[in-house]
Write a protein that binds this ligand. Sequence first.
Ligand SMILES: [Zn+2]
Length: 413
Amino acid sequence: MSDKQSQLIFKHIEDSRRNMIRFMADIIRVPAIGPMSGGEGEQEKAKVIEKNLVDYGFKHIRHFDAPDNRLKSKTRPNIRVTVKGKSPGQRIVLITHIDVVAPGAISEWKSDPFQLLEKDGKLFGRGTEDNGQSLAAAIFALRAFLDLNIQPAADIVLFFVSDEEEANEKGIRHLIENNLIQKSDLILVPDHGEPTGRLIDIVEKTILWVKVSIKGKQCHASLPNLGKNAFRASMQFGTMVDKALHEKFNFRDASFDYPLSSFEPTKREPRKSGINVLPGEEVFYFDCRLLLVYQTQEILDEMKTIARTAADKTGTAIQIDPVFIEKTTHPTPSDSKIVKALSDAIYKVTKKQAIYGGIGGGTCASVLRNAGFEVAVWETIENRAHTPNEYAVIDNMISDCKVFAQLFLTQNP
Ligand SMILES: [Zn+2]
């Protein structure tokens, strides 16, 4: 019975290919960039999504918008769509995000980032892969049930949320605070994956951002004996700390996409002085992603020890401050209900055996996990998110759509 239903649903999804591409064109046309990147938020794009949902025949559509005074619309939309299943109370919750990152330098794009381009089986545009592909796949997986009048195994809940790319504050955290997600839910966040479509992410590394502030003494560059060069001190400290962190915290966990902890110097504050000035100040940042065997305090202590040595050597003062910490406290067990159900669905559709692992972090799944929810992160993508000429592979979108539908059909609570 359920195999016959699967076949009907899969056929329906394959036949929906053009409609899915049309939907993608509709949503990519509307930028949904957050206020921290100077955008006007997700409101207009949410309207386009909702109009399509109504056209497709979805009945139970509700908004749980969060106020945001930074925007003209004053609001960050979060949309919920529900389709009732055979076992009331049991829910499968699938969360995708509406917002996108800014396109970056337009000269790097071969086509308009906000005009969908279909070429060689791919869809190009900002937000096609992150998170349009899975947002469309989720909608069309559930639409197949409506069109074919088949009832899913459990209540299916799709959330389309705001603010994933900036803080999750007005999106996923807003949903958690308003008790819209429950511990008994089977939660899937299709917002990270890899090209084989086998990796289910069940844990993320702890994120630690560190600010390094160096104070020396500014003077004329021709008379270095009168100053303390903060730039040179930053290079010396940088080299020492880079070596020490990589040598000391070198535990390897092959189940992670990048198997080591990472310690990357990234941003540097612009210097105000000219070429002939010996700089007295220097500020830069590290982005660290820690495997769970390490505590953020160990890293900070090591950095501070080296800062003292480098400061003594260079006659400067070096300050180490953590500016952001997202600690991983609750990895999702690989034998949790959602991971098992998803693995089964992946196998039924693709004949691939899922593997379980971790990533460097940055999806809203870490927010959910740290609030005590079990969450699987999975999709099939080529990791083009946030790059110029971002694209989604149409066949991946169709195949993932079938996996979502299979999950909705046979999940057995
Ligand atoms: Zn994303």
